[in-house]
Design a binder for this molecule. Structure first.
Ligand SMILES: [Fe+2]
Ligand SMILES: [Fe+2]
Length: 160
């Protein structure tokens, strides 16, 4: 089914965001693991899988609308230590929230209600899961101090 060209170009812009978020979580999870922060690494690796699922949904929808998925990720921002990693990931998530909101409004205007519904699910994941978790961690670091927080993220079972 032929999609609206404005919707298709917006979906491709969102795809660049999701691919960048995926790659950023990919490198961050491996850095955290290398630093010995296995619990944080496992959580960030899980986020990478969520971003891959978001990219997958966008790719499938673009193909369905007879568009061509653009597989070039947006720019990455790689952190230098754990608070910086979380702050940079949060910046990506907040940018994605803005872009998803704008895309949902466009879908409404173009009356593409199925795409809108898909994007609403992604917005829910982005706001209530990814961005919220990162805000919580940055809040915990302020409350308990970085050393205590780091200690809580060491070793243990993956994802535990
Ligand atoms: Fe995402
Ligand atoms: Fe996300």
């Amino acid at each position: 089914m032929k999609g609206n060209p404005n919707v298709l170009s917006t979906l491709n812009a969102l795809l660049a965001d999701e691919l960048a978020a995926r790659d950023q979580y990919f490198i961050h999870s491996r850095m955290l693991d290398d630093w010995g922060l296995q619990r944080a690494a496992a959580r960030i690796a899980h986020e990478m899988e969520d971003e891959t699922a978001h990219a997958d949904a966008l790719i499938r929808r673009i193909l369905f609308l007879e568009g061509t998925p653009q597989m070039t990720p947006g720019a990455l921002t790689v952190g230098t230590d754990l608070p910086d990693v979380f702050a940079k990931d949060l910046a990506v998530e907040l940018r994605v929230v803005d872009n998803l909101r704008a895309a949902i409004a466009l879908c409404e205007q173009e009356r593409d209600y199925v795409t809108r519904e898909m994007l609403e699910q992604m917005l829910d994941d982005t706001e209530e899961d990814h961005a919220h978790w990162l805000e919580q961690q940055l809040g915990l670091i302020r409350m308990v101090g970085l050393q205590n927080y780091l200690q809580s993220q060491m070793g243990g079972s993956p994802g535990g």
